[in-house]
Design a protein around this ligand. Structure first.
Ligand SMILES: [Zn+2]
Length: 66
């Protein structure tokens, strides 16, 4: 049974999606700080609805093609 979530970007309510580890199907984003050995410290988690995740991944794809 899916749980209701609220998108941290647009505020829309949605049902959980892509639950579990799958790096090709994320359902949120997080900022990190890296140290010199690339250990990371995460903070600022954002749950994203499917629409905002699609927009984020499209934006990211455009940045990688520049
Ligand atoms: Zn959203």
């Amino acid at each position: 049974m899916a749980n209701a979530r609220k998108c941290d970007r647009c505020g829309k309510l949605y049902e959980e999606y892509n639950v579990g580890y799958n790096k090709k199907k994320p359902n949120g984003i997080q900022l990190i700080s890296l140290d010199t050995s690339h250990k990371y410290f995460g903070y600022f988690l954002m749950d994203l609805c499917p629409d905002c995740m699609d927009q984020f991944q499209e934006w990211l794809k455009q940045q990688n093609s520049k």
